[in-house]
Design a protein around this ligand. Sequence first.
Ligand SMILES: O=C(O)CCC(=O)C(=O)O
Ligand SMILES: [Fe+2]
Length: 707
Amino acid sequence: TTRGTTGSVSGLIPSYDSLYYMGVRAYFTEDWEKAAELIEKSIATRETILRTRRECHDNCVTTGHDRLDKLDTETGGVWDLLAMQWAQLRAECVRFCLSRTISPAAQLPVSSDIQYEFDTRNPYNFLQVTYYKLGKVQRAVSAAQTFFVANPSHLEMRNNIEKYKRMPGVKEEAFLDRERDGHKHWSFYDAAVLAEYSAEWARAVDGWKKCVNETLMQTEECRAQCEVEGQGIPDEEVMRTMGVYEKAAALSLNLLSCKQSCVSIVATRPGRISPMEDFLPTVLEHLHIAQFKAGDLRGAVETLHSLLLFYPADSNSLSNLQLYFETLGGDTEAPGTKPTQEISSYVSRSLTEKKLLYFGVENLNFNFTDPDLWTPEKVIPESLREGWRAEREKLNERLNEGERPEEMDDSGFYAGGTVPLTGVTITMDDAILNGTNRVVLDGLLSQSECDTVLHLASTAASSGDGYQGRRSPHTPHEQFEGLTVLSALKLAQDGFVNQSDARLLHEIGERVRTLLHSYFRSPSALYFSFTHLVCRSAITGKQEGRLDLSHPVHVDNCLLEPETRKCWREPPAFTHRDLSALLYLNDDFEGGDLFFTDRDAKTVTATVKPQCGRVVGFSSGPVNPHGVTAVTAGRRCALALWFTKEKLHRDMEREEVEAVWAKDGQSVMKEEEEEDSAPAPPRSGRSQGSKERSKGRDRVVGGRDEL
Ligand SMILES: O=C(O)CCC(=O)C(=O)O
Ligand SMILES: [Fe+2]
C-alpha cells in the first residue's frame, strides 16, 4: 500500500516528507526495523533532492545567456522578447533536469513543520532510539552525535552520549556527525580559535583560510537552492492585483531576498537560533591578524584589503594598513595589495543585490531585512535610513548590554569535553548556566560517601583539629569549620577517624580532577592548588533581618572591581588558580545557593542548589564571578578544590600526605567500586598523583593558601 507514496514504482525520487511521516508512525508503533528503514530513506532522499537541485542549477546557469548578449546590439525593439526567451530557456532547462529524476510530488515545497524537523535534526533523535532498540549501537551513537550537535543543550542526549562513550567496543570514530559536511566552516572556525588561544599562528591562518573558503562555498550552495527550490509565491493575494511586470519584479525581489538571507543561514551555528553578526568580516579580521602574527605580511595586507571592501572607512583597518605598508617599506606594488578575487566579487554582487532590493523596498512595497551590518549608508534609501539607524542602535545597545556575545575566557579551557566517570552526568552546561566554562555534574558521590565526609567534618570540629568552629571570615552570622587532607590524616593518625575515611577525602579530589581535566579539555596537566572541606553553619538567633551573603561575590583568581568591570590578577587574590570546583555533600540547610553573576557583581546569571554528589566546576577567572547566599539554618558542607596548570604552584601539603601513605607501603590510589554495572571507562590522569610523588621535588614553599 505504500508503493504509491514512496514512488519506487516510477523509479523517480519520492518526496521525503511522506517517507518521514511513515517512519515516525512506525516508530510509535515500535516497529523499529521499519522506522529505521523509512527514516533513513527520508534523510537520504532529501539529500538526493538537494544535490539534484544543485546539479540542475549548475547545468542550467548559462542556458539562454546568448539571448542576453544580443540585448546590447538589438535595435528592433524586441529586447523584451529576448529577455523573456532567456527566462523561458532557463526555466525549461531546470524543469527538464529536475523532472528527469524527481517525482512531481517531491518537486513541491515541503511544509514548514517538515522543514523545521529537518533543520533541527529531529530525525536523528528518532533514529537514536530506534537503533538502540535494534541493538545497532554504532548507528545509535552517530545518530545521537548528529542530533546533539544541533541541540547542544539537550541534556538527555548529552547524557546518552556519555553512556555510549563508556560502552565497551564503542570507538571514538563512532561519534560521527552525519551532517558535518553542511557546516564544516564551524569546525574550521573552532580549530582556528583554539590555535589562536595557544598562539599557534600558522595553524590559525590555515583554519581561518579554510573557514573563509568553506563559508563562501556554503553560501553558494544556499543561494543555488534559492533558484531551483519550489518557493512559495510572495503574498499571493497581492500578486493577483499586479500587472505582469510588477509580478516579475516581485518574483525577482523574492529570489534576491532569499539569496541574501543565506548570509544569516551560513552564519548560524548548528544549535543556535541567531546568526553571528558580521560573520565573514569577522573571520577576515581574525585571518589578517593571524597572518600578521605568523609573519605573512603580504597575506595580511591582502586580507586587510578584502576586509576594507566591507568597511572602507574603518579607522583601525586603515591604520593597520598604514603600519603594514611602513613595514613593507612602502612597497605598494607588492602582490597582495589587492583584495582577493573571491571577496571582491562577493561584495560587489551583494551590493548590487542590495541596491535592487532597497529599490523594491522604497518603490514596490517590498519587505527586506538586510542580514549585513556592513551595508554602506549610501545604498540605503534616504527614507529608510532613519529606521535603519534606529534598528542598528537598538542592536548595538543589545550587544553592549546583557546580550553581548559570550565573554571570552583566555584560560585555555574549553567546556564540553567528555565526562569520563561512570554514573556522573551533566546537569547544567554553559548554555543553561548562561556563561562560559561552567558546569554542574551530578552523581560523583554516593549517599554513604557524603555521610563519611560529613562525619569527617564533624569530627574535626569536635576534636579540635582542622580549623574548627571559628567565625566565618565573610559574615558574623555564620560559623566556619573545616579541614584539609593533611588535617584529616592527622585525625586518622590520632585515631579519631578511620584511615579509609581520610583516604576517601583524598581520592574524591582525584575524581574531581579527572572530571574537570576532561570536561574542560584542559590543554595541560592540572595540579591541585588547594583543597579544603568547609562547613558553614547558621548561628541560631543571629539570622533576623539578615541581608548579607554567606560568601560575597568574588572571582577566585583576581580582584573584581565591579564598577569598572575589571579584575586585577594580583595578590591577595590567588592568582595561580585556574579551575575551581565545589563538591557538595548535603542539602539539609536553608539558603546557601551558589550563584554566578555578571562582572557587575549584581546581575545573577545562574543559581546552583547544593546536594550530595553535585560538583560545580568553572574556570577561576573573570568570566565567573560568584557568591553564596546566606545560610540561614543548618550546616552546609562542601569540598572546595582549586587546580593550577603550573606545577610550581601545586599543593605541597597534598604531596606530604601522599608521601606518608606511600611510606606506609600502600597504594594511595584505592580503586573505587563502580556503582554502575557498566564497564569502567578509561581514566586518564588518574594515576598521575602517585607517579608524581616518587619524582624529585622542586619544592616551592609558599604562604598557606586558603579561602
Ligand atoms: O561554597 C561555595 O559554593 C562557594 C565557595 C567559594 O566560592 C570559594 O570558597 O571561593
Ligand atoms: Fe569562590
